[in-house]
Design a binder for this molecule. Structure first.
Ligand code: PMP
Length: 362
């Protein structure tokens, strides 16, 4: 329990308070080493144990199969928009399903390396399109499984009939739910939502997709090179990996509704999202425009009936201890990001505030 305000920022985002406290306690002297993790050699045995535990816990939490490598890289989600086509496209065809701003950006970046086709586009419909124009000879199909800005999430991964590898951008819902690896060739995500500090990117890549990088691919971004060096080809983002490792421990130990670990986090995320969407749908004043079949559990955009009240809403929310609710400028209105580390009490407080605001201004 904490006196800190609830932070609904889209990323960098709220982190579990016990993790922040542990980081603070270990800042000057990690486990008697006499060093902060920031000050350690990435090749020393102390950091080696941190990296190994983080990878092991992440693999265990997400049940990542043995034929997938987990890479800790840098460059973020936008970096991966170039790194993925440099490693996987072989200069050939890439099909992209556009469900919002992030997949649209991925398509634009991949065009510099590959023959990109938009297989389907959500446009302004608010529902993931059913029919995709996929090419059998594409090198991969790219999907963003949670659109952070638009609030659109795949609740089931597509099963591609063609056998073409599926690449998923999981930046904003990684570790919020299990992943069906049987449908995935590669998954990538930045850390700064559910995982830890910005600066670290996680890549989960199936073995058979290694070793096909274009000549122009920088060595530090060549998955085969990074994998062969256990994410230590160059200096990895050591502090971010350390904090992420503590977050993995926190998820493993989390208990909720009789469940533990990832199952507990997922159930808590389901309940938080149901509470918030329920309140929005019940109100005559706030509105979310995404089809219930693909509403995001992580990012909940909503508009006020009268957008002249936006500034008042944000100011009053801040006074009530509810931070960072401003929506992305491309969508307008508000957005509540309710990542793993947002407790149920945070969403309850937000819902209480919405009702109160509507009663006073509606
Ligand atoms: N993809 C998604 C789904 C994202 O949410 C973001 C960041 N908000 C990115 C990619 C880009 O990540 P980065 O800023 O780390 O490059």
């Amino acid at each position: 329990t904490s006196a800190r305000p609830f932070n609904f920022a889209p990323g960098p985002a709220t982190l579990p308070e016990p993790v922040l406290r542990q980081v603070a306690a270990e800042m000057l002297d990690w486990h008697g080493s006499g060093m902060s993790v920031m000050e350690m050699s990435h090749r020393g045995k102390e950091f080696g144990s941190i990296l190994e535990a983080a990878e092991r816990d992440l693999r265990e939490l997400l049940a990542v199969p043995a034929n997938f490598r987990i890479l800790f890289m840098q460059g973020g989600g936008l970096g991966e928009n170039a790194i993925v086509p440099m490693n996987l496209s072989r200069g050939g065809k890439v099909d992209v399903v556009v469900t919002g701003s992030w997949s649209r950006k991925s398509a634009a970046e991949a065009r510099r390396y590959a023959d990109v086709q938009i297989a389907a586009d959500i446009g302004k419909t608010g529902v993931i399109p059913r029919d995709w124009a996929l090419r059998d000879d594409a090198a991969y199909v790219h999907v963003c499984t949670n659109e952070t800005i638009d609030g659109v999430e795949f609740h089931e991964l597509p099963q591609l009939a063609t056998g073409v590898p599926l690449v998923i951008d999981v930046s904003s819902h990684l570790l919020s739910r299990p992943i069906d690896w049987s449908r995935v060739g590669l998954a990538f995500g930045g850390a700064q939502k559910n995982i830890g500090p910005a600066g670290m990117t996680m890549v989960f890549v199936r073995d058979d997709l290694l070793g096909h990088a274009l000549d122009i691919c920088p060595s530090a971004f060549n998955y085969e090179t990074v994998a062969a060096n256990q994410s230590m080809f160059n200096t990895p983002p050591t502090f971010a990996i350390y904090v992420a490792g503590l977050v993995f421990q926190w998820v493993k130990g989390l208990e909720y509704a009789g469940k533990r670990g990832l199952a507990a986090i997922e159930q808590r995320n389901i309940d938080k999202a149901a509470l918030l969407y329920g309140a929005l749908d019940a109100s005559g004043f706030f509105k979310n425009h995404i089809d219930p079949s693909c509403r995001s559990r992580m990012n909940v955009p909503f508009l006020l009936k009268d957008d002249r009240l936006n500034e008042t809403f944000l100011a009053e929310a801040k006074s009530a201890g509810l931070l960072s609710l401003k929506g992305h400028k491309s969508v307008g209105g508000m957005r509540a990001s309710i990542y793993n580390a947002m407790p149920l009490e945070g969403v309850q407080a937000l819902v209480g505030f919405l009702k109160d605001f509507e009663a006073r201004h509606g």
